[in-house]
Ligand binder design. Structure first.
Ligand code: BGC
Ligand code: BGC
Length: 631
């Protein structure tokens, strides 16, 4: 960034000289690493989360709370390590369902088991002995693409696909649907949206983020936060800040960028979220200029809370405080004093409770800091209307994976597909064609959903684990069968009857977070490459459907395909892919391609690139007129 140049020139040994020569205020001097200048950050017109009446109510409540109750409010445990009855002794403020743990330990818990578990937690919280009205729990779950951890939930396209759709209203509707499904089980807090603005797609979390373009991420942030919170479910802007800026795209790594870039690229979406009234912000595992965000008082307190005016609650990431020097999973006054309002302490919540209590008593954490954090936590609960919820049972309503939500997900899939290549009219496929459907991802719902699906890392599972969902093969086959065509599924690319066209589905295997980091962007899949070559040798037109959490360099596959569709990680509604690929019996498109790249495609296509059936015709016309001209 140009703005950094003059400061760079004044760095190091020169800095004292420079400062002396310019005689300017501290903010203009060469910054030492990690130095923050809150005045450079925008001042935000944050949506008011507090009203005088609510604050007065919270003041009265807090006056009656014991120290232990206050400490309990600032700790969140994970369902894998806490039972409802533990809440009697440990008055915690929140419970989380992390990426793996499920009710009763299994990974296939039905919605009913989720409802019962959350109900039991609520009941236990209400039954806690206290000198004041019961304090309700915040019940949190991740929702990067719907509450996909829960069997039967609607699984929307991962964020990268929604980015390609360039449709903030759609993202808002998905937010509302996701919040409804979460609330139907009893959750009142979603750990979404991810507002990362990835600058290096080697990062394993690229698919969790909408785009490398801060403006797009900002517009989506506001739409999603508003929609989720309108449904009385708290949203979480994460991960503050600079998670998408780490060197080499290393997860939980160090963002070495200067403060200007942090402000220009990584902050705008947080500003939108705060303006939209987001109730919670999650701290990033990553560091900025060598300082871990969980301990960065300047950025968490001076910038986020003071300068950006955020009045909600700052939650740590999964055991994130443990990574600070001098801290452990069960003790970390440094993070709390830096501005964390709630520890995400999945397993070590007991020890953390005892230590934090002792640290407040010993003055290592001030009473004022504790009160500020507790007030922020309670403010969120008040904003959600939890103190007013009439009873335990009536709060939980609605269904998950219902028809309307699945129709919305299907629309999102259609909008997210990006057509990178279409030669010789390979697409759309005539509805009465005979189609070979092959490639490892053809009939694998787990693969088309990616990470954060049923389990943290996602992964191959049986299609039966996804009630109502359709694999891409299943969807193509149904669409063709209804119009006189047929589909033939083949694992190895061999076929019984010669196909008019082959759809080859392949791409990345599921991953989440750092396990998805890549040393480079080259896609190497020799098996698919030889499959494509064999089909071409037999003069069968090839349509590649590429499933991935990011753009990858695959020149050989692009060249060996007549048509190439970047389908990202579309989720449970494979039928959205069939909607766009399969035309009518005359070969006319039923739905056009609308997706445009929200990340540049390495070495090939710019941000914003994407063909549609119209551009194909234009291209064809152009080529024809050139030929006519030549004659
Ligand atoms: C992730 C967060 C997530 C949390 C809870 C962490 O590993 O970084 O994004 O919300 O786990 O599952
Ligand atoms: C949890 C996830 C969490 C991850 C972080 C997993 O075991 O289920 O929620 O994000 O650990 O390491």
């Amino acid at each position: 960034m140009n703005a950094a140049l003059p400061r760079l020139a004044c760095a190091g040994a020169l800095s004292l000289l420079c400062a002396a020569a310019s005689g300017t205020a501290a903010a203009d001097q060469a910054p030492s690493a990690g130095q923050v200048h809150p005045a450079l950050w925008p001042q935000v017109h944050a949506a008011a989360l507090d009203s005088a009446a609510t604050e007065a109510q919270l003041t009265r409540l807090m006056a009656r709370m014991s120290l232990a109750e206050k400490v309990g409010q600032v700790i969140q445990a994970d369902i894998g390590s806490i039972a409802p009855q533990d809440l009697r002794r440990y008055p915690l403020g929140s419970i989380l369902a992390g990426g793996d743990p499920s009710p009763r330990g299994g990974t296939h818990a039905r919605p009913r088991a989720w409802r019962e578990l959350l109900q039991a937690f609520r009941r236990a919280a209400r039954a806690r002995p206290a000198t004041h009205a019961p304090i309700p729990l915040l019940l949190a779950i991740d929702a990067p693409h719907g509450i996909a951890h829960v069997r039967g939930a609607t699984i929307f396209p991962q964020a990268i696909g929604l980015g390609a759709a360039h449709d903030a209203a759609l993202v808002g509707r998905i937010g509302a649907a996701t919040a409804e499904e979460a609330a139907a089980l009893g959750f009142n807090w979603l750990l979404t949206p991810t507002l990362a603005v990835p600058q290096n797609v080697r990062w394993g979390r690229t698919y969790e983020a909408w785009s490398s373009d801060p403006a797009l991420v900002g517009s989506y942030a506001a739409a999603l936060v508003q929609a989720v919170q309108r449904a009385h479910v708290a949203a979480t802007a994460k991960h503050f800040i600079g998670d998408g800026a780490t060197t080499d795209g290393i997860d939980q790594g160090d963002a070495a960028v200067d403060e200007q870039q942090l402000i220009a690229v990584h902050a705008p979406a947080f500003v939108s979220a705060i303006e939209a009234g987001v109730l919670s912000v999650m701290v990033s595992y990553s560091s900025w200029q060598g300082i871990r965000m969980h301990g960065n008082r300047e950025l968490l307190t001076a910038v986020l809370k003071q300068r950006l005016g955020f009045d909600g609650m700052v939650i740590g990431d999964w055991d994130g405080h443990n990574q600070l020097e001098g801290c452990s999973s069960s003790s970390c006054p440094t993070a709390f004093n830096a501005g964390l309002d709630m520890f995400m302490a999945p397993d070590e919540w007991r020890g953390l409770f005892e230590h934090t209590l002792a640290q407040v008593r010993a003055g290592q954490i001030s009473a004022a800091r504790l009160d500020d954090a507790v007030r922020r936590v309670l403010r969120v609960k008040a904003a959600l209307g939890l103190f007013a919820a009439p009873s335990l049972t009536t709060a939980v309503r609605g269904e998950i994976g219902g028809e309307q939500h699945r129709a919305l997900a299907r629309q999102a899939v259609r909008e997210s597909l990006v057509l990178l290549k279409n030669t010789g009219g390979a697409l759309p496929i005539r509805a009465d064609a005979h189609v070979l459907v092959t490639g490892e991802g053809a009939d694998d719902i787990g693969q088309q959903c990616g990470g954060w699906t049923l389990s943290w890392q996602g992964g191959r599972r049986h299609n039966e684990d996804f009630p109502h969902a359709q694999s891409i093969y299943g969807a193509l086959s149904a669409a063709l069968a209804s119009a006189g065509g047929s589909a033939e599924l083949s694992a190895d690319g061999n076929y019984r009857s010669r196909p008019d066209v082959a759809v080859v589905v392949y791409g990345e295997q599921p991953y989440a977070e750092g396990l998805g980091d890549r040393p480079n962007l080259v896609y190497e899949d020799l098996q698919t490459r030889s499959l494509l070559a064999r089909l071409r040798a037999n003069h069968i037109p090839v349509v590649s459907v590429f499933l991935s959490g990011r753009p990858l360099q695959l020149d050989a596959e692009l060249d060996a395909s007549d048509a190439f569709v970047a389908a990202w990680l579309p989720g449970s509604e494979g039928v959205g892919v069939a909607d766009v690929l399969i035309g009518d019996v005359q070969g006319r498109a039923r739905h056009d391609f609308r997706g445009r790249l929200s990340y540049a495609w390495p070495t090939r296509f710019d941000l914003g690139y994407g063909l549609d059936y119209g551009s194909d015709r234009t291209l064809a016309r152009l080529m024809m007129s050139q030929e006519v001209g030549r004659r």
